[in-house]
Write a protein that binds this ligand. Structure first.
Ligand code: ZN
Length: 402
């Protein structure tokens, strides 16, 4: 059935400009902490389509504003991408921005420059139509998300004092309304041994052998983690192992494993550390557990250290933010929306998980293309997200006016 809402038809008229802007930002590589050029290009587009105020904060996040009403909504997307990976797995240049049969290709297509492009064009539509008096709309293109999800929003809330009433996270949701995600954290477990000449290992204590028992226990721990509604099961996996020794002809005197822990409802930093410390092998070997820190300079040179703990968040199906989003979806598309959750992590860990700001997810593209070769997004998704964001702002304006 054709979609006949004015939100959709208005967004559709902007499709050529929206697609051209998307191509332009896909063609600018923007690894974490190297987003300067793409932020500059996005800033130019915001100014071109008529945002009232556009600024780059000291961390390098781009913040565009339209309107100055009391109800504040932010559409957030991260401007950084992961690297391309093995080029032989790609059918075309990862920065081509090629469009073929309505699909745009390139690193960042789904994760997640499309969300930013759609948000900027929603701003363009709202500016043209006249943004409702009771609304301030921010569109944020944030940095370092792929390296340290949410750090940008820790900075925006704590240092810039921007605390929206509602945030839409524009990461890919396949045009569904998302209600949360598992959290995550990064830990290291370390065992110590005593080195000696490798020709007589019985004189020493091998830290790698101590770790072997811990590795087996962690594999079993992952199997017994308990699923909890609505996010399912947390997970733990070993993502790296390294050891030290005075030479390759010596017994290892230290061994460290890196843990990627995904957190479901009710699992926290404290509970996850306690769970590792309680493993029989960890106790028997006196291994230590450390939650890691992140302290990498942003593209502007600002370092904003944080612990690598990214809390879980979820909101109810009948939460006001979800109900409003559903109303907007019906207004934009004349159809019932699906809801869901992300498998991966987003800036929501800080926005909703740390700061408790009401948040929903709605974005173009599909999670399965994130970090994968031949990443892609349907141009139609970009148009529909522009329509949805516009409808959401007008729905909120109407609700605030009631
Ligand atoms: Zn992402």
């Amino acid at each position: 059935m054709p979609i006949d809402s004015h939100y959709y038809t208005d967004a559709k008229t902007l499709e050529p400009d929206l697609a051209a802007f998307m191509q332009a930002i896909i063609r600018i590589p923007s690894l974490s902490s190297k987003e300067g050029s793409v932020i500059e290009r996005m800033r130019a587009e915001m100014l071109r389509v008529g945002f009232d105020e556009v600024s780059v904060d000291p961390m390098g996040n781009l913040i565009g504003r339209i309107g100055s009403g009391p109800y504040v909504i932010a559409l957030d997307g991260h401007a950084d991408t992961v690297d391309t990976g093995d080029l032989s797995l790609w059918d075309r240049d990862p920065h081509s921005g090629d469009i073929e049969d309505g699909v745009l290709y390139g690193r960042g297509a789904s994760d997640q420059k499309g969300g930013i492009a759609s948000a900027v064009y929603a701003g363009a539509l709202l500016k043209k139509a006249g943004i409702p008096d009771n609304i301030t709309l921010y569109v944020t293109a944030t940095v370092q998300e792929e390296d340290c999800d949410g750090l940008c929003w820790q900075y925006i809330v704590k240092e810039s004092g921007l605390r929206p009433d509602l945030v839409v996270i524009t990461e890919p949701t396949s045009l569904r309304i998302y209600r949360g995600q598992r959290g995550r954290m990064e830990m290291e477990v370390h065992t110590s041994g005593v080195s000696c000449h490798g020709s007589a290992p019985e004189r020493g204590i091998n830290a790698v052998y101590k770790m072997a028992e811990i590795i087996a226990d962690i594999e079993k721990l992952n199997e017994r983690l308990v699923p909890r509604e609505p996010l399912g099961k947390g997970t733990v996996t070993i993502s790296e192992i390294r050891s030290t020794s005075p030479s390759l002809c010596a017994v290892a005197d230290g061994c460290t494993i890196h843990l990627d822990r995904r957190l479901t409802v009710g699992e926290t930093e404290e509970s996850s550390v306690a769970e590792i410390l309680a493993l029989p092998s960890v106790q028997a070997t006196n291994a230590t557990v450390t939650v890691l820190d992140y302290a990498v300079p942003s593209h502007t040179g600002l370092t904003y250290p944080t612990r690598k703990y990214y809390p879980t968040w979820d909101i109810d199906e009948d939460d006001p933010a979800v109900l409003t989003a559903k109303t907007a979806y019906r207004a934009a598309f004349g159809d019932e929306p699906d809801t869901g959750f992300w498998t991966f992590s987003t800036n929501g860990v800080a926005i909703a998980g740390m700061h408790g700001i009401p948040s929903i997810g709605f974005g173009p593209g599909h999670e399965r293309f994130a970090h994968a070769p031949n990443e892609q997004v349907e141009i139609e998704h970009l148009v529909r997200c522009t329509a949805f964001y516009t409808a959401l702002v007008e729905t909120l304006a109407r609700q605030q006016g009631e």
